[in-house]
Design a protein around this ligand. Sequence first.
Ligand SMILES: Nc1ncnc2c1ncn2[C@@H]1O[C@H](COP(=O)(O)OP(=O)(O)OP(=O)(O)O)[C@@H](O)[C@H]1O
Ligand SMILES: [Mg+2]
Length: 320
Amino acid sequence: MSKLTASDLVVGDPAPGVPKKDPVIVADGVTRQFGGLKAVDVAHLEVPRHAITALIGPNGAGKTTLFNLLTGFDKPDSGTWSFDGKNLAGIPSFKAAQSGMVRTFQLTKSLARLTVLENVLLGAAGQRGESFWASFFPPIWSKQESENRDKAMDLLKRFKLDAKKDDYAASLSGGQRKLLEMARALMSDPSLVMLDEPMAGVNPALTQSLLEHVLGLKEDGMTVLFVEHDMHMVRHISDWVVVMAEGKIVAEDVPEDVMKNQAVIDAYLGAHHDTDLGSITGQLDMEAALKQELGGENVGSIADAERSEESTTSSKEGEQ
Ligand SMILES: Nc1ncnc2c1ncn2[C@@H]1O[C@H](COP(=O)(O)OP(=O)(O)OP(=O)(O)O)[C@@H](O)[C@H]1O
Ligand SMILES: [Mg+2]
């Protein structure tokens, strides 16, 4: 499926908060404060339907916090948002998921002591076996269970994890756990899939297939919103890019143009001052991309440092 263009997606010129022709999420005045820090301060954001939108920005920009708010895993101090026309502000995470909005986590949340198959089955929505009345009618329950099993096995095949269905999730590699989380998210037939750093910690051998899986979600009619530092992935698969810095949306544009925006350059280059080197892996990717874009000007030598899988994941320890 080919990429969408700005004229397919937006009304008017690219700018923070620009209206979309067919928005699936519309958020207004969403803020979240931690002590003295305004982690999220989004005046207006619209996410285009049936497109792949990348949410990028330096470490600590508020991307994960915004994901947490939109999906009901955290509560805002102010703000409203709708998903598919339904007001979702203040709604708990399971309700957001039931309405068709699912997300994966920056640190994978697979349950290590469950098998791969059991982990995927946890993603099934509205299991009749869980309802009080249905529990009196085992035949209903077992039909649903076998349908879910078939669906889970299809998803595991799609992500090439079917041979591992009976292994504990703990035995999977970081990349396989990302795929497992994606499989679990798809069990509920979502219309919007939100992925928080799907490529972080993924072995390069798996990255191509992960890119294809994300493109496949769009082909299947889903909307994708993903947080990512890997600019290769951002350029390759996204139709639209939203840039956050210090809690705010500072730019929106097509992937080919977004890195030319001065506000984006400032956000990335200005973000070094109080960041320690162990936690800027994402910035290294971004700076390498900037360097290409700018023909080597304006970017310090730090952009040449090696990207290390370990520092990407280790800097995230301690996050929910
Ligand atoms: N539960 C929390 N308590 C206190 N501060 C928090 C909490 N969660 C996030 N923050 C702070 O809010 C800011 C935004 O964090 P967030 O995790 O949303 O950034 P991010 O853009 O996802 O960064 P990264 O690219 O490193 O994942 C950071 O300064 C972070 O330290
Ligand atoms: Mg994050």
